[in-house]
Design a protein around this ligand. Structure first.
Ligand code: A2P
Length: 317
């Protein structure tokens, strides 16, 4: 499996198993199957509500000797209600307890959005904290301590714009090594990718298959279906591959990591086999032409009346 190599020599497999939307009852089998099939990178988050089941699968896979801890790459994410410095370490420790691990490979700030401790949906402006009041740099300092304490090998961010990444890079003592963002042919984020590459920050693409299993409340009615895009289907047919494999391989050939979610063993296997495919320059050019700045996860869940977050200040667009 191709990997991304960090400055300290650590390597992260480019294909990881996504676990957002994987139901607690299904994710245990999915993670066990994925590891047995050769996945070595699992992408998690506290807010996905399934880290306990993932932890059971990891622990059993480690105990049975299918894999060793140092062969695995485990990512998780700090939830928005734990941005206050006093809450950051507890956030990671909860994840470590749930995942039954004593360290993570990568811990990400899930969103550049802060919520008051313990508050959840439906959001109101009273539940949100603006970034002027609780700056990203303050949360980041607390995340840096997690590396120093040996609780995570690397730290990074998620859903960060170029502007937010730039200002964090300006002030960070330990640099963010990763920005996990939505990436697929309809949202290619080429400028962000070029900026990140110039700064030695890797990108991981989420929703690489279009996340059509998102809850209806997060979906637009006119949503284009990435897996049915005629250009993607045509390329897949020509390579005797599937549309999902084309989307995954496209991400790898752009130098990004990619975390397709599946709870179906046949699709989990199919997605990993995308690493064997090679897209031609013509294929890559045809896919480049599909870009349409279409976010499936547009961040509007953070936007409430008179609240501190707007789509404009979230994405800096
Ligand atoms: P399932 O979990 O039943 O396999 P994303 O990674 O963009 O969030 O997309 C996840 C969605 O894509 C899920 O509905 C998942 O369903 C589906 N999916 C995952 N792998 C494939 C595949 N190889 N072909 C078609 N659909 C897939």
């Amino acid at each position: 499996m191709q990997t991304l190599r960090y400055p300290n020599g650590d390597t992260m497999p480019m294909i990881g198993l996504g676990t957002w939307k994987s139901a607690p009852g299904e994710v245990y089998e999915a993670v066990k199957a994925a590891i047995a099939l050769g996945y070595r990178h699992i992408d998690c988050a506290l807010i996905y509500g399934n880290e306990t089941e993932i932890g059971r699968a990891l622990s059993e896979s480690l105990q049975s000797g299918v894999v060793t801890r140092d062969e695995l790459w485990i990512t998780s994410k700090l939830w928005n209600d734990s941005h206050a410095p006093k809450d950051v370490e507890a956030g990671l420790k909860q994840t470590l307890t749930d995942l039954q691990l004593d360290y993570l490979d990568l811990y990400l700030m899930h969103w550049p959005v802060a919520i008051k401790k313990g508050e959840g949906f439906p959001l109101t402006k009273e539940k949100l904290i603006g970034l002027e009041e609780l700056p990203i740099a303050t949360t980041w300092q607390a995340m840096e301590s997690l590396v120093q304490a040996g609780l995570t090998r690397h730290i990074g961010v998620s859903n960060f714009s170029i502007a937010k990444l730039r200002s964090l890079l300006d002030t960070a003592t330990i640099r963010p090594v990763m920005n996990q963002v939505e990436l697929h042919p309809y949202l290619q984020q080429t400028e962000l990718l070029e900026f990140a590459q110039a700064q030695n920050v890797f990108l991981t693409g989420y929703s690489p298959l279009g996340s059509s299993d998102r809850p209806a409340s997060l979906k637009a009615k006119d949503e284009p279906v990435l897996l049915e895009d005629p250009t993607i289907v045509e390329i897949a047919d020509r390579h005797q591959a599937t549309p999902a494999q084309v989307l995954i391989r496209w991400a790898m050939q752009r130098g990004t990591a990619v975390i397709p979610k599946s709870v179906n063993p046949a699709r989990i296997e199919q997605n990993l086999a995308a690493a064997q495919l090679t897209l031609t320059d013509e294929d890559m050019a045809a896919i480049a032409a599909l870009d349409r700045h279409r976010r499936y996860v547009d961040g509007s869940i953070w936007v409430v009346e008179d609240g501190p977050y707007t789509l404009a200040n979230l994405w800096d667009e």
